[in-house]
Write a protein that binds this ligand. Structure first.
Ligand SMILES: Cc1ncc(C[n+]2csc(CCOP(=O)(O)OP(=O)(O)O)c2C)c(N)n1
Length: 268
């Protein structure tokens, strides 16, 4: 499956997962579908048959509420049966709404309480170095999440320890839970901020597969011995017209039978 088709399948199955509950974190799940498609088709060194393999790349989904997008991706890659997608947040499920390393094959870190993923990823990247592994640790944060101070402690640490196999993606969809990020508490200029903290920083269209791929390749080819940040300009609810135009309410919203069918039609 090519990356364009893969990203569509991720969106379709993200909505399948959310539809099983009737509602959930639609906006911030759809905004990272293109990144997940690029990562899992071209970059993540992982084995669905051995999800805990010692010698693997790791992804910390720090914005853990976007679990459904990661579940769709992992199911499509064969980490677990597609039918699991219909059990989101049910009693006894392996797919809680927020990601949990102990429940889901392919999930590398528990998250949901925002602001902690980057620090965890620093530990994973430092451990890789101690073991002599040159595998990568990827982190996905929301831009609203960067209001949490712990991120900047993590950023300071990553740079001080020259964690050059750490790549942080910021999903800058410009909205958080209850409004536009610039109105709640502006976090820009993110390129200037991460650069000032000692990261090699790029800014790309987070829905452009080629641009994302090239940014990751550039980060991996760098010999600066700095951690990397790729700020992605994205659209909350991307891929489905009525979610893209819903405004901040798309953060957590319904996926009714009618909405699901209309979305699948758009994502053909
Ligand atoms: C520590 C903490 N505070 C509050 C929340 C509730 N919460 C869940 S998602 C969210 C908004 C996050 O915004 P952003 O990082 O921009 O995520 P995105 O728009 O990409 O979904 C908030 C405040 C939380 N999960 N954790």
């Amino acid at each position: 499956m090519d990356v364009v088709q893969f990203s569509k399948e991720i969106r379709r199955n993200t909505l399948r997962c959310l539809h099983s509950q009737g509602s959930g974190h639609v906006g911030g799940s759809l905004s990272i579908a293109d990144l997940l498609a690029v990562l899992y088709s071209k970059h993540m060194h992982v084995d669905p048959n051995d999800p805990r393999a010692e010698d693997r790349d790791k992804l910390v989904l720090s914005k853990g509420h976007a679990g459904p997008a990661l579940y769709a991706t992992l199911a499509l890659k064969g980490f677990f049966p597609m039918e699991w997608l219909d059990t989101l947040n049910r009693l006894g499920t392996r797919l809680p709404s927020h990601v949990n390393i102990n429940l889901t094959p392919g999930v590398d870190m528990t998250a949901g309480s925002l602001g902690q993923g980057l620090s965890c990823a620093c530990g994973l990247a430092l451990a890789n170095r101690a073991k002599g592994s040159d595998r990568y640790v990827y982190v996905i944060t929301g831009e609203g999440e960067l209001q949490e101070g712990q991120n900047w402690e993590g950023a300071m640490f990553a740079s001080a320890k020259h964690l050059d196999h750490l790549i942080v993606f910021v999903d800058s969809n410009k909205m958080q839970i209850d409004g536009l990020t610039k109105d709640v508490m502006d976090v820009e200029d993110l390129v200037a901020k991460f650069s000032a903290f000692g990261f090699e920083t790029q800014r790309v269209n987070g829905h452009d597969h080629k641009a994302l791929d090239e940014a990751i390749v550039r980060a991996k080819q760098s010999r600066e011995h700095k951690p990397h940040c790729i700020v992605m300009d994205t659209v909350k609810g991307k891929g489905v017209s009525f979610y893209e135009t819903m405004g901040p309410g798309v953060h957590s919203t319904t996926v009714t039978d009618e909405q699901y069918l209309a979305a699948l039609e758009e994502l053909k």
